[in-house]
Design a protein around this ligand. Sequence first.
Ligand SMILES: NC(=O)c1ccc[n+]([C@@H]2O[C@H](COP(=O)([O-])OP(=O)(O)OC[C@H]3O[C@@H](n4cnc5c(N)ncnc54)[C@H](OP(=O)(O)O)[C@@H]3O)[C@@H](O)[C@H]2O)c1
Length: 294
Amino acid sequence: MRIAIIGPGAVGGAFAGALHEAGHALEFATRTPFEALQVTTARGEVQAPARCLRDPSQAMPAPIALLATKAHQTAAAAPWLRALCGPATVLAVLQNGIEQRETVAPYVSAGVHVVPAVVDCPADRTAPGRIIARSRVRLLLPPGAASEQLVALFANTFANVSIAPDFAVAAWTKLLLNAAAGGISVLERRGNEVLRARAHAVHFLALGEEIVAVARAEGVLLDPALPQRLLAVLQKAENARISSIVADRLAGRPTEWRVRNQVIERLAARHGLPVPVNRALTAAIRASERSASA
Ligand SMILES: NC(=O)c1ccc[n+]([C@@H]2O[C@H](COP(=O)([O-])OP(=O)(O)OC[C@H]3O[C@@H](n4cnc5c(N)ncnc54)[C@H](OP(=O)(O)O)[C@@H]3O)[C@@H](O)[C@H]2O)c1
């Protein structure tokens, strides 16, 4: 199967390594081309020659495409999306957030099967084409025929791609983690161990309570006890790795605060729900991003 990877960074590169393992023909739509893909996983190393496309005007629609740029890079990748997604393409969006379908909608035609994904893949890119997958390489997809096609492509590879019957709950749970744990740790510029401090634990629970309320207003029945359960797990984690938002902040790159934090304020407003703690955190992240890039 011919598969296009738009944005082969840490996540796109890791899943591309699995697709290479399964024998698929990969094309990389890149901003920074590279000669070969090298993915290091807990199970060993995958090496693949890299066919990097240089120009969207020379690209042909592919039956399957993965979009794995950062969410705020989607608009800049639009020429690749338009060129590589034809009327029957299955486009998996491997990005954080809960609005992947809405994010790509302006750039793809109506027939494209857009499949949002919950990405669980702690990974780093050490150089263009060089990826270290730290532990899990896992995707959760919503039920449907296009998702089943994607699951089959990754069968018998190091990536675990499966269908989540209650995909919306999985996506909002990840959003809660990203918004609350990622939001607090990006201000501290550290890993999730910051949540062991009592003041941050209190903020995490307050953020979580607001997010559960917004999710429930959106029809996604998160358990009110979820923030407490997640906090207990995060506080116990040894050697907390910094999240991708903290890595971006430390490197002085723009971060995904809009899809991880601002989205909660926006959806809360739709239901007239007050989210003062999320609003304050979003404002602080936004202000710190401005000062970091000033
Ligand atoms: N990394 C993690 O541990 C992790 C875990 C879970 C979820 N996620 C989520 O997964 C998504 C991808 O994150 P990531 O960490 O893989 O990001 P990343 O390593 O920064 O990779 C993004 C890739 O997109 C490329 N790109 C940017 N603009 C482009 C354009 N206009 N055309 C073509 N390619 C373009 C970048 O190219 P350059 O080489 O030029 O920069 C880079 O290869 C994000 O939503 C992130 O939050 C990440």
